[in-house]
Design a protein around this ligand. Structure first.
Ligand code: CA
Length: 239
């Protein structure tokens, strides 16, 4: 089997854990992901999936919302308490996505069913790219006020305390803080943080920005780092 180069990180195969109870769907997804060079682990129950996650420490998680054993939301919450693993959540309905995003679970992407396996592979690649595993950013540390952003180490400190950012939040912060004063549209931010941009999903950026602000801003009602540019998007303030 020819392995795709993009699926290797530090010489180790990138492992994707899928927790989903629709067996036929899982089989197809597994096939496509393996063809793309990933190692794939499967679980058809939420509770068993959580155990498998603990044991296998995969690089990325794809999880369905409705699962036997333990609900996908609960599994995600449990995992998020301990890990910043990239998470892609599958939902049966598009209108569920808004609600899910509103729950601020810290999932990095949401895909509604039905989807094409190719789309899932593309999203997996995009999410992994944004975790820094295949991004080439110059070795750089940005210091902005009380914020210190290590672009290579994917580490952010505020007032000498390490912040717990999701990969999406880090990507947004790093992109904007690298070009202070530049106005980014929601679609641009979506594309930079997801690798692809889907029109109609621009507003998901607002939730990520809101979460990011709650972590980096001293006063979220009067944000000093990330400014809203009315009708356009966002920009990072100049020093
Ligand atoms: Ca299901």
């Amino acid at each position: 089997v020819k392995r795709a180069r993009s699926a290797c990180y530090n010489g180790r195969m990138t492992t994707v854990l899928i927790i989903e109870d629709e067996v036929e769907l899982v089989k197809v997804l597994k096939l496509y992901l393996e063809k793309a060079g990933y190692t794939v682990l499967l679980s058809v129950r939420g509770d068993q999936g959580l155990t498998l996650w603990e044991q296998s420490k995969p690089d990325l998680l794809i999880i369905d919302l409705n699962l036997p054993g333990m609900d996908g939301l609960d599994v995600t919450r449990q995992i998020r308490k301990k890990s910043d693993i990239p998470i892609i959540m599958l939902t049966a309905r598009v209108d569920e996505m808004d609600r899910l995003i509103g729950l601020e679970l810290g999932a990095d992407d949401y895909i509604s069913k039905p989807f094409s396996p190719r789309e899932v592979v593309a999203r997996v690649k995009a999410v992994l790219r944004r975790t820094g595993k295949s991004v080439d950013i110059d070795g750089k540390i940005l210091e902005i006020g009380s914020l210190v952003i290590d672009l290579v180490g994917h580490r952010v400190e505020k007032d000498h305390e390490v912040l717990d950012l999701t990969p999406t939040e880090f990507s947004l912060l790093a992109s904007m803080a690298s070009q202070p004063g530049r106005v980014f549209t929601r679609l641009q931010l979506l594309e930079m943080s997801q690798g692809t941009a889907y029109e109609g999903y621009e507003r998901t950026i607002d939730t990520h920005i809101k979460n990011l602000r709650s972590k980096i801003e001293s006063d979220t009602h009067n944000p000093k780092c990330i400014e809203t540019v009315f009708g356009v998007g966002y920009k990072f303030r100049r020093n």
